[in-house]
Ligand binder design. Structure first.
Ligand code: SAH
Ligand code: DHB
Ligand code: MG
Length: 239
């Protein structure tokens, strides 16, 4: 992928795209999504524990919080916990009595997340389920779990089409589905890119566009996390 960084417009050298994107992320986050001790501690503990820094950015976490508040979601399903950074954002926007179920394959990631959530005072609000997400999703279905109002998909990209299927099945009519990393530096639209993750994300978009029960879109993002994007879908149930 090439980005023409020589087109500056106003003669000011703004720097290479990634540097510029990061600076704007900092600018926006400092004003709109300031961090706090709990969020800083969560990232610090995750780093100390050697977890990869693939959590959502501050302003993206705040976007999740906005979406929870806007939809009035009371029951949230998250697929892919890591250290619980996005989870804390989701849980903070819940009304009293609300709940997050978050799925994580790695016992170590789950342990770090539980500590971060406890420090955030959210231990009673969030249930971390350890295991391959497809197994946990099947278990939720067979338990007859109460339908979810919002689902955030953010685990292994290869399984996104499967996660979408489960999300629709476990969500109520009118629920909001959100998926991270659906652009992958533009690889989705690069015919030469054929890694398993990209192929699966393409399939995910195809299903999103073709499933008559979903009203969906996807938008690109740039920032600390490079060039990527979020998909958004409402389960309308219309056929
Ligand atoms: N939502 C987090 C980031 C999640 S990173 C945040 O923004 O803060 C993706 C996570 O999904 C990793 O912790 C990884 O261990 C987990 N994961 C990968 N494959 C999985 C699977 N098959 N089932 C459940 N979790 C999985
Ligand atoms: C990866 C996963 C993510 O959820 C993300 O936001 C960025 C990167 C990854 O697995 O590399
Ligand atoms: Mg992600």
């Amino acid at each position: 992928m090439t980005v023409d960084s020589t087109r500056q417009g106003d003669g000011e050298a703004r720097g290479a795209p990634q540097e510029l994107w990061s600076r704007v992320d900092d600018y926006l986050s400092d004003l709109l999504a300031p961090s706090d001790e709990v969020l800083d501690a969560a990232l610090g503990a995750s780093e100390t524990a050697g977890l990869p820094a693939i959590n959502v950015a501050r302003n993206q976490g705040r976007m999740l919080q906005v979406l929870v508040a806007a939809t009035g979601a009371r029951r949230i399903l998250e697929i892919g916990t890591l250290g619980g950074y996005s989870t804390i954002h989701l849980a903070r926007a819940l009304p009293p009595g609300g709940r997050v179920v978050t799925l994580e394959r790695s016992p170590r990631h789950a342990e770090v997340a539980r500590e971060n959530l406890a420090r955030a005072g959210l231990a009673e609000v969030v249930e971390v389920r350890v295991g391959a997400a497809v197994d946990s999703l099947a278990a939720l279905a067979s338990e007859g779990a109460e339908p979810f109002d919002l689902v955030f998909i953010d685990a292994d990209k290869e399984s996104y089409p499967e996660y979408l299927e489960w999300a629709v099945r476990l969500a109520r009519l009118g629920a909001l589905l959100v998926a991270d990393n659906v652009v992958r530096s533009g690889s989705v639209a690069d015919p030469a890119a054929d890694d398993a993750g990209t192929v699966a994300i393409r399939r995910f978009h195809e299903v999103l566009g073709a499933d008559p029960r979903l009203l969906a879109t996807a938008v690109q993002t740039v920032g600390h996390k490079g060039h990527d994007g979020f998909a958004l879908a409402v389960v309308t149930g219309a056929r």
